[in-house]
Design a protein around this ligand. Structure first.
Ligand SMILES: [Zn+2]
Ligand SMILES: [Zn+2]
Ligand SMILES: [Zn+2]
Ligand SMILES: [Zn+2]
Ligand SMILES: [Zn+2]
Ligand SMILES: [Zn+2]
Length: 381
């Protein structure tokens, strides 16, 4: 592939309000955007103009192809919908577009393959006919020779019967000269040469030439914004590309998909709407990662604020199935708390004491009551 250095620059101008465009494509349903700022940088794409020559049967056929490369992919390009002006090389930093050029070349090969196949097929058809002609010619010459030789041999037989020595000599001479004239090796070589020549004549040569590269640049908007939800502040950096009309840089912190609706979980994760759940216990919004716990008694999916580890059995249980002992401050699941026979309440199982009155184990509260009573009782005894 031959290359020329012809380069030109085009600039696409947008008369848009970048923030408006951003919020047409993005929403924050459970938070409020408090701060937003944007900067401009340049986005680029490329137009490559190629000329392809098909040389065959002494003539040249040329076709032109235009290939646009955007974000490393060939696209169906059309600049007519944009406001385009002459660009200026000095106001931009031209990125390395070698790879885009290679990709455009690959795309070009695909585009010209059909025509290449078509011409090759046609040439093969022509060549087959020419080869056939050469073969036929060869066969008919050989046949002619055999016929001549056959005729002489017949005559020779006749003359040898009649014993005409002069005539026999004459015929033998004729045979020799005919043999000399008909050198089979040479004929075979001639045939091969003729076939090679025809093959060469029917070759197709395809040449691609880059005739022009156009570097097209346009503004891309880089935003930084802050969303606030009930005391949680969350910062985002993202980009809006007005050519692809695409917002990028906003990935769900759970599934890594690009987000269009940003939901902020109660622990401060920004997630997509598919990754948000409600805690079965407090009903607050959390992301899937934050709702990894489930109560080992009722199986509810619970957030970390609603998860309590039982001091006795170490199981994680929801608030509905735990009780905090007021005196010790420890949490016990419903299975590990002990019901006090005296007051009927669920209490810390490690604080039960033996009643001096009836030898039954009672909770610490009741034990204290009992002690107080017995002191008071003792006084008035
Ligand atoms: Zn997600
Ligand atoms: Zn919760
Ligand atoms: Zn979360
Ligand atoms: Zn327990
Ligand atoms: Zn539970
Ligand atoms: Zn009690």
């Amino acid at each position: 592939m031959e290359n020329t250095d012809e380069r030109s620059f085009l600039k696409i101008n947008f008369s848009i309000n970048p923030s408006d465009e951003l919020f047409k494509r993005l929403s924050f349903p459970n938070s409020e955007v408090k701060r937003i700022a944007f900067k401009e940088k340049n986005g680029f794409f490329y137009r490559f103009n190629f000329e392809t020559s098909f040389d065959y049967l002494g003539k040249t056929e040329k076709i032109l192809n235009t290939i646009y490369l955007f974000n490393g992919k060939p696209i169906k390009g059309d600049l007519s919908e944009y406001s385009v002006t002459e660009g200026n090389e000095k106001e931009i930093k031209v990125p390395d577009y070698k790879n885009d050029y290679f990709l455009a070349k690959e795309e070009l090969k695909k585009l010209v393959q059909g025509k290449t196949n078509e011409i090759s097929r046609m040439l093969r058809g022509y060549l087959d006919k020419e080869k056939e002609k050469i073969e036929e010619n060869f066969i008919s010459e050989t046949k002619k020779f055999r016929n001549n030789l056959g005729g002489i041999a017949e005559k020779l037989m006749e003359f040898s019967k009649s014993g005409d020595i002069e005539k026999i000599k004459e015929q033998k001479k004729l045979i020799n000269s005919l043999r000399e004239e008909m050198n089979f090796d040479e004929i075979e070589k001639d045939k091969t040469r003729a076939l090679q020549l025809e093959s060469q004549k029917h070759l197709l040569n395809v040449e691609n030439k880059l005739i022009k590269t156009t570097i097209i640049y346009y503004p891309v908007y880089t935003f930084s914004l802050e969303a606030v939800k009930a005391g949680i502040r969350k910062s985002f950096n993202l980009q809006y590309d007005p050519v692809s009309e695409n917002v990028s840089g906003l990935l769900c912190e759970n599934c890594s998909d690009e987000m269009r609706e940003v939901i902020i979980c109660n622990s401060g994760h920004a997630v997509c709407k598919d990754c948000v759940r409600l805690c079965d216990s407090c009903k607050k919004e959390f992301c899937k990662k934050c709702l990894r716990n489930s109560c080992e008694i009722c199986s509810k999916k619970i957030c970390k604020d609603c998860s309590v580890r039982c001091f006795r059995c170490s199981r994680v249980v929801c608030k509905d199935h735990t009780r905090q002992d007021k005196l010790s401050g420890y949490f016990y699941c419903k299975d590990c708390s002990r019901r006090c026979d005296k007051c009927g309440n669920l209490k810390d199982p490690f604080t039960f004491k033996v009643s001096k009155m009836n030898n039954r184990e009672i909770c610490e509260d009741c034990f204290r009551e009992e002690t107080k009573e017995s002191i008071v009782g003792g006084i008035f005894e």
